[in-house]
Design a protein around this ligand. Sequence first.
Ligand code: AGP
Length: 611
Amino acid sequence: MCGIIGYIGKQPATPIIMDGLKRMEYRGYDSAGLAVIVNDQRIECRKKMGKLANLQAELAKYDLPGSVGIGHTRWATHGEPNDINAHPHHDCQEEIYLNHNGIIENYYEIKAALEQQGHTFYSATDTEVLAHLIEQHHKTLNFEEAFLAALNEVIGTYGVVAISNKEPEKILAARLGSPMILGIVGDGEYIVASDVAAIMQHTRQVIYLEDREVCVLTPQGYTIKDLQAKKIDHAVNEVDWDVSQAQKQGYPHFMLKEIMEQPRVVLDCLRGRVKIEEGLAHLRGLHEYSERLQQCNRMIIVGMGTALHAAMVGEYMIEEYAELPVEIESAAEFRYRKPILDDRTVVVAVSQSGETADTIAAVREAKLKGALVLGIVNVVGSTMAREVHAGAYTHAGPEIGVASTKAFTAQLTVLALITLFLGRQRDLSLVMGQRIAKELLEMPHKMQQILDQADTIAGLAKQYGAYHDFFFIGRKYNFPMALEGALKLKEISYIHAEGYGAGDMKHGPIALIDDQFPTVAIAPQDSVYQKTVSNIQEIKARQGKVIAIVTTGDTILPKVADTVIAIPKTLEMLTPILAAVPLQLLAYHIADQLKRDIDQPRNLAKSVTVE
Ligand code: AGP
């Protein structure tokens, strides 16, 4: 959601900013803009609604020489997406320009006060208020002091970068609840951005700003301060992601590349963490809290969207094998319903980005109430990764497609490892522990067997791409997979899709079934297989078409369903890891056939940093 970049150095700023914005495109946006301090110390700003190509076309008309500048991709919150509401925004005198991610919650009050002081506003955004507020303080204070004074007045969240032509060799950046990372390129050369993807081709040396920290960049160096202007020392971190991981590598879309790399991702996620002989999972982050985990009597797993679906599968796994009561909850609800927690409750936050505002809020609430908070996070150094007590990274590498795929199967893998870890602390037998451990290590190979059928699934998409509605059904471990299959299809193809427990169909949804409303049934040979077959029969009896995801060798469902996709046999608790693959491929190929913008679907953002 929104991307911010700022560059100061000796090179022309515009190409560096545009390249950074391109690398943050995947986050989802509806307009883009940049502002550069040109050589005669004027600030030139260009902004355009729509894709970056529109801004690029605009830039082709002008030369913007200058080596200090800021850029932004906007995902609208306040004010519709158009050229005027796009960032950067400026003050009355057009001397201060800034970009902002997040929401200024008290912007009405600030705007009214500023209007009384004579400021005039041109946009419908909350961000513009911040530019005028800095301008107001700048009348009596220098740029940096004015910036701090303004930030001390706003309520809400921000990742912000600002420049002023009165102090043309300076960039100011700050964060509160929205990520901001400083990349140290060289002497007097810095990139500050909201996403490491915009930095990593220039440097691996980064500093992750904490909330309420401000970073001052000049050709003489960088300083980090708090909102009271007190200097802060910060460790420099090394980014371990590879630039090539964030490239399409010959695939037409990031999503397809990310689906295809899942066997390797799951292998990376398991590396060094499975002890077959002892039937154990070795999760370094959790060892420190081993005793507390053994004593906990309740777990709550929170997340949003796909991460919440992974959490639901985790609930089934942990209750069955670790015999620990688990609840799952949408992080967006958790915080506002006064959850009852104590020091024997473990709250697990699941998130690819580690920046989802709702999930971060849940983490903070749980910590405040004394729970042990664990994270299952993909992005190293993200806000969530730094705020939880402990956790396990998913090691899926950068996920660029808005639709989460490889991060999801990696989350399921980590949840299976946590199940093994907790189970063996409790009552899980050595033999069962060994079976889970052994079968986990089979996952990459079994996922590959499904990926080898990708062409067949692409063919299926041709048959089913013209329908307007889909049901996805499954039971027990594969109920969350029905929700996930429906989410994948709707978010990238814009086809209406709903996920249900197969047993729920008779209680209402089956009324919609006819020959124009196909169902994808996830029906491996597990403990609820017979029940699911009956539910499929009920759909068939009403002329509904059925695509069934079945276990290889199933002889019954190929006779009942219209089409089957086979997945290898595995332990029931691990079937979701395999079932995810055909669901992702089906959604991908249907969306591709409909020529959708698969990696950046309309209205969606990769990481949702506002509540
Ligand atoms: C999944 O395909 C999504 N686009 C979305 O539901 C996502 O899973 C959700 O926003 C949570 O994101 P996170 O994992 O980065 O916290």
